[in-house]
Write a protein that binds this ligand. Sequence first.
Ligand SMILES: *[C@@H]1O[C@H](CO)[C@@H](O)[C@H](O)[C@H]1NC(C)=O
Ligand SMILES: *[C@@H]1O[C@H](CO)[C@@H](O)[C@H](O)[C@H]1NC(C)=O
Ligand SMILES: *[C@@H]1O[C@H](CO)[C@@H](O)[C@H](O)[C@H]1NC(C)=O
Ligand SMILES: *[C@@H]1O[C@H](CO)[C@@H](O)[C@H](O)[C@H]1NC(C)=O
Length: 448
Amino acid sequence: MFSFLILFPILSTLSASTPLADSLGSRSTDGYNIYAVLVAGSNEYYNYRHQADVCHAYQVLRNHGVPAENIIVMMYDDIANNTENPYPGKIFNAPNGPDVYAGVSKDYIGDEVNPDNFLGVLRGDKDLAAKGKKVLTSGPNDHVFIYFADHGATGSIGFPTGILSSNDLNEALVYMHNNKMYGKLTFYLEACESGSMFENILPDNINVYATTAANSIESSWGCYYDPKIGTALGDEFSVAWLEDSDSHDLTKQTLEQQFMDVVKHTNKSHPQQFGQKSLNSLAVGQFQGEKTSSRIHAPKGYLRDSINVRDLPLVILRRRIKRTKDDDEVFFLEKTLQTLIAGRRFLESSIKRIVSQLCSNGYCSDAKQVMKTRQPLINHSTYSKVVKKFQSSCLNLGIHTHGMKFMYVFANLVESNHFNESTLNRFLEDLERACKTFIANHGFEVII
Ligand SMILES: *[C@@H]1O[C@H](CO)[C@@H](O)[C@H](O)[C@H]1NC(C)=O
Ligand SMILES: *[C@@H]1O[C@H](CO)[C@@H](O)[C@H](O)[C@H]1NC(C)=O
Ligand SMILES: *[C@@H]1O[C@H](CO)[C@@H](O)[C@H](O)[C@H]1NC(C)=O
Ligand SMILES: *[C@@H]1O[C@H](CO)[C@@H](O)[C@H](O)[C@H]1NC(C)=O
């Protein structure tokens, strides 16, 4: 498939220390093994789709020959047996599709699905390993595939009760590179504003190729709403790559071709590529397995029915209300919907108040302008500190996911203020004070 001449310049610069024969290998017998980390960052039934995507990813890798012992799965595991699931013990990633839950290994479940454990897995953390938990044990030639699906915000992605910042994620990737934990690494990321996890931060010379569901300022989209299951079964970008891998010979399909196919099938957001883009001339099989297989297929011709994931909780409730005949059930759903809308209104006005307060503290002149503009995030390390302060003193964004929608305002403030250490510390104190005044005691169970 690849001409030697095209491949050689890429590989010789990437892995100067490995013998060329190894670098050119496209099979696990030629010097590398494939390792994978698959993470669903959410819980709760209305987020069904993230665990469905991740289970499907597990099937893709297994069907294409990646050994089970090399795959690490983090998923809350509250979907298959959820009381709302009309098909107990099963999870689907497409309407009338096959069960994708069967056989999936669950290495981290429940509260173990958190940012620290994820970073520990990536770094091959010895304490986790000593506790019998699986961590990456990959070496200098190995190929690592990481797939993550959940909610996202400017420079952050969600976990069931926490968030991970772009700064901490990219530091872990650099650590892996410095500690020779991979030869090449590919990262597929499904989340809102997912481009902001890598834009202006992922180095382009550490053999990492990343692709994201959305650019840095837009939502990603869910799809395959199933009326009987009562939720969206997948996400546009994820379903696009998963179905692409299901239906191709992965020794022939390159990462670039997969990316182009995914762009074609992701109607509502703009998938992006980051990092060492030249890696995209490699075969997908070098990261997802090379065995020929076409086992899992979504039924052809299904309308994807894309839904903006920021609106999804409302859309799900409205569709359920329409379908339900039971009056008590309708009453309950209506009440849930009204509470949800009230939480969102409260949050939006609270963010405005916080920004106004910060403007009166001297960090901005026009609160409306701060809410209305979007400056590109450049200073990820400073922004990460601000997000952590917001997380600890305003709102837990892992639980109250609607808050993620507003994090861009803090990126705006970070970028327009050019803080030094002392001004940053003062800002963090002022932010904490504003948070305590305007949000902390909100009284909503969840704001989603
Ligand atoms: C789901 O229910 C089945 C049958 O009761 C049980 O065997 C399985 O362990 C349960 N799984 C989880 C994740 O609770
Ligand atoms: C994308 O949008 C076009 C036009 O709206 C539609 O025909 C097509 O079915 C959509 N594709 C998917 C995968 O949803
Ligand atoms: C930080 O910036 C402020 C305001 O621009 C300035 O007054 C202060 O001297 C700076 N502090 C340091 C340590 O550079
Ligand atoms: C980010 O901001 C910090 C101060 O908070 C500053 O020391 C650092 O130089 C900035 N980095 C970049 C890349 O601008």
